[in-house]
Design a protein around this ligand. Structure first.
Ligand code: C2E
Ligand code: MG
Ligand code: MG
Length: 365
């Protein structure tokens, strides 16, 4: 066996084997179990380390050194994504998805200039009154040949390649103008929320300070905007996050926790930071049934949130039963296909008109 350090914390092992794939699995298991044994260093409490292994097999997965290393590397990222401390084999599917990512990353950089991006808006309904009082801005990419590409696919790529900063700026500008208009026609309290990726926080406070200045210059009160962040962001130790959130608060901008309940189990951040809204993740809403476990969970989230002075939005509401159960447990707002998908701004305005005429919220409500 030849072992080399490629750089940083990356190592490559060259292992000659017969019946490669079975034996490679054994070798990888052995390496992982050896690595995870606690180490005794003098003067330090016991330390443990771990690793993630990607496996590429010659000649099936490549015939040159560089190709083999590249493919092993891709497989290693798969192992890391799977939670670390495990191994993954390189596969053709993996190669195809890696190639697709590279292609999309390039196309994504040009998509804004090519006019392929649009911001859609999904209504958020106040359960008590059945009125649409908020909207969530969701970016849409109409790819030249592939039709709509899901944000779930391209946002992670934009985060990895840094394009997210440019996209985020653009979404902010669109939302700013849209919200100014809607303030006029939908009422002074209408709120629009923007998703912000943790990566956008990496560039520090500057971006957001500029946003706040831009709002003021445009004459849009902060209270018409909400930013949606995820729990993960608040679990970090970066003190800058707290300062940035305080800036938002000072500017009157609301802060919502998106996908609440899927991230970390620590709730201490709810009192440490100034949060206004919890958005219950769709995975809980989906299985809502009377007396089910998710029903109890949602109810507990609502009670807790209200005790802390927060409002609750349930995401992914698709059925009348779900809506009724949410109303029963006192959830404040609901968002989901039952009411409407995310739609272009002009169409959003007609949704609003519809409910005005029928006098009772949105269609189907
Ligand atoms: P999210 O912020 O949790 O947004 C909610 C997602 O759930 C949206 O998917 C929405 O279309 C979908 N959804 C709404 N109602 C229902 C329902 O009843 N059933 C089901 N199955 N799904 C529903 P979308 O638009 O594909 O966005 C996916 C994620 O991409 C978003 O999750 C958000 O994290 C991210 N994203 C979208 N736009 C932006 C953006 O402008 N900036 C950033 N940083 N992230 C964005
Ligand atoms: Mg969101
Ligand atoms: Mg969500």
């Amino acid at each position: 066996v030849e072992l080399a350090r490629l750089g940083g914390d990356e190592f490559t092992a060259l292992v000659p084997l017969n019946q490669a794939s079975d034996r490679a699995q054994e070798v990888a298991d052995l390496m992982l179990s050896q690595m995870s044994k606690p180490l005794q260093l003098s003067g330090v409490p016991e330390v443990t380390i771990g690793g993630s292994i990607g496996i590429a097999i010659y000649p099936a997965d490549g015939t040159s050194i560089s190709e083999l290393i590249k493919h092993a590397d891709q497989a290693m990222y798969l192992a890391k994504d799977a939670g670390r401390g495990c191994f993954r084999f390189f596969t053709r599917a993996l190669q195809e998805s890696a190639e697709m990512r590279v292609r999309l990353a390039g196309e994504l950089r040009r998509a804004l200039d090519a006019g392929q991006m649009e911001v859609y808006y999904q209504p958020i309904v106040e359960l008590d009154s059945g009125r649409i009082t908020k909207a969530e801005a969701l970016i849409r990419w109409k790819h030249a040949t592939q039709g709509f590409v899901s944000p779930a696919t391209f946002i992670p790529i934009a985060e990895d390649t840094g394009t997210i900063h440019e996209l985020g700026e653009w979404v902010f500008e669109q939302v700013l103008h849209q919200t100014l208009r809607w303030r006029g026609i939908l009422g002074p309290d209408f709120q629009v929320s923007i998703n912000i990726s943790p990566v956008q926080f990496n560039s520090g406070e500057q971006t957001f300070l500029r946003w706040i200045d831009t709002l003021q210059a445009a004459g849009l009160p902060g209270s018409n905007l909400v930013i949606e962040i995820t729990e993960g962001l608040l679990m970090g130790t970066d003190p800058g996050i707290r300062d940035t959130l305080l800036r938002f608060r000072d500017a009157g901008i609301g802060v919502a926790i998106d996908d609440f309940g899927t991230g970390y189990s620590s709730l201490s951040y709810l009192k440490k930071f100034d949060i206004d809204i919890l958005k219950i993740d769709q995975s809980f809403t989906r299985n809502l049934a009377p007396e089910g476990a998710d029903f109890a969970l949602c109810e507990a989230i609502v009670v807790m949130a209200h005790k802390l002075g927060l409002k609750v939005v349930a995401e992914g509401v698709e059925t009348e039963l779900q809506r009724d159960l949410l109303r029963q447990i006192g959830c404040d707002y609901a968002q989901g296909f039952l009411f409407s998908r995310a739609v272009p701004a002009a169409e959003f305005e007609t949704l609003r008109v519809d409910c005005g005429q029928s006098g009772e919220g949105v269609k189907k409500l």
